[in-house]
Design a binder for this molecule. Structure first.
Ligand SMILES: [Zn+2]
Ligand SMILES: [Zn+2]
Length: 284
């Protein structure tokens, strides 16, 4: 009983610390029943390149942001409800190691941990939180998720026509359905992608045709799996909204030098929380 009180006090203090670090750039995080499960630095695959981001795992949300001053100041806060999250492990590939996908209906991206152990810890803790949430709410895990964007530098030519060379003038675009990097003419069509936006979004010509065929199919016929198999390594997507103005594109372009420093990476799991919350995944 005393233990639990101490734990909840420590938990409240930790959450207040996180709030403080984000300051006015973040939203209030303290909430009845919310527990900070762990935190650490992960490398997030962004549109242009991989970048260090501070992640906080709560029992119901995943929060991340840019590191302005390590352990002191973060900004560009993103909050992802865990109920909507699906994880997918990634195979090691060249420099891309210890990675997995964090997928939601509106946004999907790849993250990489420093070590295999760390990856295991992160994934196990997140999965446990999702499992507990879904059990409590009785909800189903999400069936569809947004495409993971292929990073810009993975494609020097259009992935659809395989002809157009990208230059300053010939800009890269991303298909919101499959995540491919495509040229303007190959992504001139728009389609409403349920879960991502009410507005029609840029899709490549191939996806446009497939989406139209799907729509034309009589309802009694089984639909093809809605999610697409992303191409590795993965980039970031911008979620809803238009092209380069979308929120996540801008978060890529606004790094202070400190965000590129070497951080003491690792998943910090909170002991009190572990006992109180019961997510004894990595120890014992
Ligand atoms: Zn093209
Ligand atoms: Zn496409």
């Amino acid at each position: 009983m005393v233990d639990r009180l101490v734990n909840s006090e420590a938990n409240a203090r930790r959450i207040a610390m996180v709030e403080n670090c984000f300051g006015s750039s973040g939203q209030p995080l303290a909430e009845q029943g919310r527990v900070l499960v762990g935190e650490g630095v992960l490398t997030k695959m962004c549109r242009k390149k991989p970048k260090a981001r501070q992640f906080f795992l709560f029992n119901d949300i995943l929060v991340y942001g840019n590191i302005v001053i390590n352990k002191k100041k973060y900004n560009k806060q993103h909050v992802i409800p865990l109920e909507e999250v699906k994880l997918e492990s990634l195979k090691d590939e060249g420099q891309y190691r210890n990675g997995w996908l964090i997928c939601t209906a509106s946004k999907s991206f790849a993250v990489y941990a420093a070590t295999a152990t760390e990856k295991e810890e992160w994934m196990a803790h997140i999965e446990k939180c999702i499992e507990d949430l879904l059990r409590k709410s009785g909800k189903q895990p999400p069936s569809e998720h947004a495409a993971v964007w292929v990073p810009d530098n993975e494609a020097s030519i259009c992935m659809h026509c395989k002809k157009t060379q990208f230059t300053v003038l010939n800009r890269r675009h991303h298909c919101r359905k499959c995540g491919s990097v495509v040229c303007g003419p190959c992504s001139s069509k728009r389609f409403v992608l349920k879960g991502q936006s009410e507005k029609p979004l840029r899709v490549c010509l191939q996806c446009y045709d497939e989406l139209n065929r799907e729509r034309a199919r009589p309802p009694n016929q089984p639909a093809a799996p809605a999610t697409t198999t992303p191409v590795k390594p993965m980039g970031d997507n911008a979620g809803s909204g238009g092209d380069s103005s979308a929120d996540d594109d801008s978060d890529d372009d606004d790094d202070r030098p400190s965000a590129e420093e070497k951080h003491d990476e690792g998943f910090t799991s909170y002991n009190g929380v572990k006992n109180g919350y019961g997510s004894k995944v990595t120890t014992v």
